[in-house]
Design a protein around this ligand. Sequence first.
Ligand SMILES: C[S@@+](CC[C@H](N)C(=O)[O-])C[C@H]1O[C@@H](n2cnc3c(N)ncnc32)[C@H](O)[C@@H]1O
Length: 200
Amino acid sequence: MSEHWDAIFAQKSNDELSWYQKEPTTSLEILTRWCRPDDAIIDIGAGSVGLAEHLIERRWRDVTLLDISREALDIAAKRLGSNATKVSYEIADIREWSPTRRYRVWHDRAVFHFLISAEEQRDYVLTAARALDLGAVLIVATFSPSGPTHCSGLPIVQHDSASITALFNAEFDLIDSRDEMHTTPFESTQSFTWSVLRRR
Ligand SMILES: C[S@@+](CC[C@H](N)C(=O)[O-])C[C@H]1O[C@@H](n2cnc3c(N)ncnc32)[C@H](O)[C@@H]1O
């Protein structure tokens, strides 16, 4: 699986990736509403142009980027330039990852929906619960029921806030949700659902 993603990041520039956005507007809106820059944050499947540079600009001090692709994190670090050392990096498959510390914020844009089986989804929820302090915030964005069925040649599972609530219910309460129409660099649109949950 890491080979699949490494090949994509090696072959395509950032603005050839369907999920590319100039500004992570919805992420920043949600973080401003529910979190503070002194919260420790982990970005799951951060990719090559994630949140990090915006977080550093806004003086977030404890930022971790996790991705299955070393290539993606290398590009992300290059983009950060002299700020690259202000961020921690974890090359890991979220399906096998064991957290060694705790965070106050979990951010996942367009990764959870790649988990197809009920077992993978349940394990993800347990991993997130283990990685987060009580009261911490989990932000997850997936393709919605009117969004795409595939991304980067892989099938995804569409979710709405009701299905996310049901899947995360054992450990998390839904506190916010919103829909977003993402415009890709190719001027097509993709419907996303954002869910914000609090660790019980
Ligand atoms: C659609 S991209 C989204 C990137 C980023 N979150 C964004 O919004 O710009 C999916 C990302 O998740 C990573 N990824 C896919 N499966 C993963 C897994 N099982 N564990 C960790 N990262 C994964 C990919 O390498 C890629 O960077």
